[in-house]
Design a protein around this ligand. Structure first.
Ligand code: TXA
Ligand code: MG
Length: 316
């Protein structure tokens, strides 16, 4: 196996991707593990490198609306135009009925496909050279998403080539918005783009946008996900470390590390996954994250990730 201790450049990435290899690439949200949507070999490899089950579908990354049109069988032009003008390139993924051009490996056999134009110059340059790329977050299945090239080199022990694009600006995965054939709008996964922003752009009442993630489990939206390598406890900011360890009530947990993050939701999101990795390296048994419950919509995406990443929530 080749050794990828150092990042590769974009032309090396283009040449590997054209040979049906898989390459980790930077986006503004998190790093993705990319492969050509026209290569079954690459698509299968994405799942095997991530140890990801085949029932969890992939997002197709494109560089233009023209590309989107050829992968969908239903095209609500006005809605897509308004959303793409406001948010693309950027952290919004659209789920639409798929066309025959999309391989079932990508969609896990669903009749819909997820598409987005990512906001990173290197990723866009590479799509323009090799065509659309399927890319899940570049982490082992169920684990914390990578927000820097170092995270990938470490997690996959130099076995996956990565293009360095700096630290991700957004830091958590894109908002996933499903548009049905009857133009119903459902957010399947919250992200930086909020329901209020989407409603505003479309001239709708925010109540018109469903938030499916609050109820039943969407495909691939598992109860536990984004998990750090150490168990994580959420506590109020007025917490006491010893009390928290006592509440966990587990013989094997004796020491804890306290994670300190910004109280600004945008910065919190940017810091969160890197902090999970950084603090997990320390010789302690437990991670404690003090963050009072936040109810404003700006915190929706963070609340969603914290719920799935944590083992205990001791907050009141
Ligand atoms: O920001 C992001 O979206 C990042 C970057 C790399 O673009 N990607 C990402 O991919 O988070 P991933 O695979 O970790 O999460 C994509 C999720 C899947 O878990 C699945 O729930 C959902 O997208 N998804 C994909 N296709 C879908 C579909 N046809 N219907 C419903 N959900 C879908
Ligand atoms: Mg993921």
């Amino acid at each position: 196996m080749q050794n990828f201790k150092q990042p590769i450049n974009t032309s090396e990435a283009v040449s590997l991707l054209s040979r049906n290899e898989v390459v980790a690439l930077p986006t503004e949200t998190v790093y993705g593990l990319a492969g050509s949507i026209n290569s079954e070999e690459a698509l299968k490899n994405i799942f095997s490198i991530k140890e990801r089950p085949f029932f969890d579908p992939l997002i197709v990354h494109i560089s233009s609306l023209e590309e989107l049109k050829s992968y969908v069988s239903y095209y609500p032009e006005e809605i897509v135009h308004k959303l793409s003008k406001a948010f693309w390139p950027g952290p919004l993924t659209l789920v639409l009925p798929k066309s025959d051009k999309v391989n079932d490996i990508i969609t896990s056999g669903l009749d819909t496909v997820a598409l987005r134009i990512p906001n990173h110059p290197k990723f866009l340059e590479i799509i323009k050279a090799v065509g659309p790329l399927a890319a899940p977050s570049a982490n082992k299945f169920g684990k914390t998403s990578p927000t820097s090239s170092r995270h990938i080199i470490k997690e996959f022990e130099d076995s996956v080539p990565v293009v360095d694009g700096g630290d991700c600006e957004v830091g958590i995965e894109s908002t996933i918005l499903q548009i049905t054939k009857s133009n119903e709008l459902n957010i399947l996964r919250p992200g930086q783009v909020t329901a209020a922003q989407i409603a505003d752009v479309l001239g709708l009442d925010v109540g018109a946008i469903k938030k499916t993630y609050e109820g039943s489990v969407a495909p691939g939206q598992l109860k536990y996900h984004y998990q750090p390598n150490k168990p994580l406890a959420l506590v109020n900011r007025s917490f006491n470390k010893e009390d928290t360890i006592a509440k966990v009530n587990d013989e094997s947990i004796k020491t804890a590390e306290v994670i300190e993050l910004s109280l600004d939701p945008q910065i919190f999101a940017r810091q969160m996954y890197a902090a999970f990795r950084e603090y997990s390296k320390k010789e302690t048994d437990l991670l404690i994250l003090p963050i009072d419950k936040q109810s404003s919509e700006d915190w929706d995406a963070i609340n969603n990730r914290l719920k799935k990443a944590s083992t205990w929530d001791f907050r009141i």
